[in-house]
Ligand binder design. Structure first.
Ligand code: AMP
Length: 210
């Protein structure tokens, strides 16, 4: 872990509904801007693959499109972040994809930031209208990158869960002036070209101070 006397590592979360393209954008941001991409969904799927008991216990929630409990995902994300920081001491920044996903998790961010010496610069919301999201997810379900939760019934459930539990984060962070909305429509490059200046601006002038 970085020693606490060193400069905090800039970090931000990319928010958005399933299918908004945040995973794809996070990968490009890792390649081009040196922000390490940390996906809570990937962390959870990897934990299941290595038969982690805490993950196996709540695996059926994921299969149904539900969120897993806040404490379970927080511990997994925090451990993964700890390992990444230890393995990459010169890391430029961290992009969190899929966390926080509930108000409870938003309230855990401060603790994570303190424990790991991160500076959360802000929340970036990738905005895409719902009918387009559903079409994209159905196309992904039919394609090569199939996931067990990309069939139509589970997609509709994930969307409901998103609007019930995650969408309120937009208001939560907006009220605190900690959120930037980015239009998620268009090609991968078009969206990236909108995101990049936002990320650089957040790094220069963080919206979150503690
Ligand atoms: P994702 O790949 O981000 O769509 O995540 C896939 C699934 O993993 C979700 O539908 C949840 O079951 C679980 N998951 C991932 N991130 C979180 C989170 N932050 N909170 C709760 N559950 C999560």
């Amino acid at each position: 872990m970085k020693d606490t006397a060193s400069n905090p590592i800039p970090a931000f979360s990319i928010l958005g509904a399933p299918g908004c393209g945040k995973g794809t954008q996070a990968k490009i941001i890792q390649e081009r801007l040196g922000y390490y991409h940390v996906s809570s969904g990937d962390i959870f799927r990897n934990a299941i693959a290595r038969q982690d008991p805490a993950a196996l216990q709540v695996q059926d929630l994921m299969t149904r499109g539900e969120l897993v409990p806040d404490e379970v995902i927080k511990d997994m994300v925090e451990n993964e972040l700890k390992n990444i920081i230890a393995d990459h001491p010169e890391i430029h920044g961290i992009i969190l994809d899929g966390f926080p996903r509930s108000i409870g998790q938003a309230e855990m961010l401060d603790e994570i930031a303190q424990d790991l010496n991160l500076c959360f610069t802000g929340m970036v919301n990738l905005d895409v209208p719902e009918p387009i999201l559903i079409d994209r997810l159905l196309a992904r379900g039919a394609g090569a990158e199939q996931r067990p939760d990309d069939n139509e019934e589970v997609i509709r459930e994930r969307m409901k869960v998103y609007y019930r539990k995650t969408h309120p984060l937009i208001e939560h962070f907006s009220k605190r002036n900690q959120l930037v909305n980015v239009d998620g429509l268009g090609s991968m490059e078009e969206v990236y070209n909108r995101l990049m200046p936002v990320i650089e601006e957040l790094e220069r002038h963080p919206l979150i101070t503690r």
